[in-house]
Each structure stands twice: as structure tokens, then as C-alpha cells.
Design a protein around this ligand. Sequence first.
Ligand SMILES: C[S@@+](CC[C@H](N)C(=O)[O-])C[C@H]1O[C@@H](n2cnc3c(N)ncnc32)[C@H](O)[C@@H]1O
Length: 283
Amino acid sequence: MTTTGEAFEESVQALSRAGVDDPRLDARLIAAFALNRAPEHIFGFPEVELEADEIRLLRTLVARRVAREPLALITGEKEFWSLRFVVTSATLIPRPDSETLIEAVIRTFPDKAAPVKILDLGTGSGCLLLSLLHEYENARGIGTDISEQALIVARTNAKRLELEGRVEFVYANWNDGACNFADFHIILCNPPYIPEGDRDSLQHEVRQYEPHGALFAGPQGLSEYSTIVPLLPDLLKEGGWVFFEVGAGQAETVAEMLRGAGMYSISISPDLAGIGRCVSAKL
Ligand SMILES: C[S@@+](CC[C@H](N)C(=O)[O-])C[C@H]1O[C@@H](n2cnc3c(N)ncnc32)[C@H](O)[C@@H]1O
């Protein structure tokens, strides 16, 4: 028989050999998921003996992480803005850096009872839009994507968070020009922004397992902003705001594009590492 403590140590060894960043943390979270126990149980009750099917499932999941599959795809969930989101290989895994956009919106629109209309371009799991609908109880929103599989995940997340009555997730491609939407108070957009040339230097987890349609955007990583910025005047209400997520070193260029499109009150908000991560502007 194998105990929980022995299985945990075996997992840590396997993950360390594979070069996983924090093997003890990942081993604990995978064990908690596989054994359907709280993470603290793994340390608290090391002497508990595992059933054969439990140890088999644990080893299968650890082997996936050894192959550098992201933890969120193994557990099928990722926390964002203190909410839990379903994620699949069709969606970008929500990043803590993207919470910079949520904070910037809340600073700009402090009235949480306001009946704001929000558009989320390239919604993925729906994490940005659904987090804001959770904050603004009278807000309504539309999330768009060109990935039908991502739209299915976003609808699932809306249901799980009991927000489906205030949101629609629809197919729309910003390369097809202005869509049939208009009059939004807030536009959120975290478009693909990684330069094509950075493909080989990405973490294996990202390059191998996250959807490339969510990642890459031309030689400088700026091609999607160039397409989307000219659409904004047709999509926003007069006085409405856009909140773009940008990659490291892109904020000034995106701010300049917005200035060129006649938008004002442009501001750049840093993420926790001090990198300009959100560019906001008013129409
Ligand atoms: C970087 S991900 C952001 C996902 C999510 N908003 C987040 O912050 O986690 C970009 C998303 O844009 C979508 N996308 C890429 N090109 C698009 C296009 N031309 N029109 C609409 N959506 C697009 C991708 O499928 C992907 O879901």
C-alpha cells in the first residue's frame, strides 16, 4: 500500500526532475485534485493509505504535468479575480496580470450600481467580462471570439457564476470590420500580442498547450491593435472607455494609436511587476 505522504514525495521527485518551477506546490495541488481532498489534507494526513485507483489517477495526472501541461488544464479550472473559471485547450488560461484591467475599470467607473454595457473583444474563457458583471450587478455584456470552442467555455462559466441572464457570447471576427454592436460604455480587449519571433523563447507550457490563435500577432505583436483601434468609435458610446491589455514595452505605442484615433484621457496602468499592462482611453 502507498500512503498519501509517500505518493506526495514520489510526485515531488518526478516534477523536480522534469524542471517544474514549484514542484511541491504543484504536487500538492495535483494530489488534492486527484484525491478530491483539500490541499491542506495532503500535508495534514500523510499516513492515510491510498486505494489502487487513487494512486493510478494521481500518477497519470503527475505524468501530464511532467510533460509540462499547465496545471490549470489538468484540473480544468483557474482562479481569476477570486472566481473560478473553467478552462480548456481552446481558451487562454487567465493570467493575474489581466486583473490590472479589472482594477482600471473599477477606478474609472466607481459606481457599482451603474447599468453599464460592456463589450469584451476576444473573450476566451470570459474571465474579464464575467468578473466585471460580478462586480457591477446591473451591468450587461457581450463577449466575442472567433473560437467556437472558447465561446462554449465562456457560456459554461457564465452559467456556473449565475450570470447567464446578463451576458451573451457570440462569434465575431474583428478582421471583418465593424460588427452589429454599438453604444458600449466599456470595451475590454486582451488581444493576441506576442511577436511571432518570440515563439521559440516561450515557456514550453504556453507554446505547446495554449491556443496559438490567442497568442501571436505579427512581427511586433501589434497587428491586432492596429485592426481594432479604428473600430472603436463605432462601438463605443460618446464618452465610453476602452481598456486594452498590452504586452511588455507595447503600452506607449498602443497609447499613440489611440491618440491618433482621436481618443483622450489616455492612461497606462502597471501590473504587479510594474510593467505597463493596461492602456485605457475615452472617446
Ligand atoms: C489573449 S486571448 C484573451 C482571452 C481572455 N479575454 C483573457 O483575457 O484571458 C485572445 C482571444 O482573442 C481571440 N481572437 C483572436 N483573433 C480574433 C479575431 N480576429 N476576432 C475575435 N477574436 C479573436 C482568441 O480566440 C482568444 O480567445
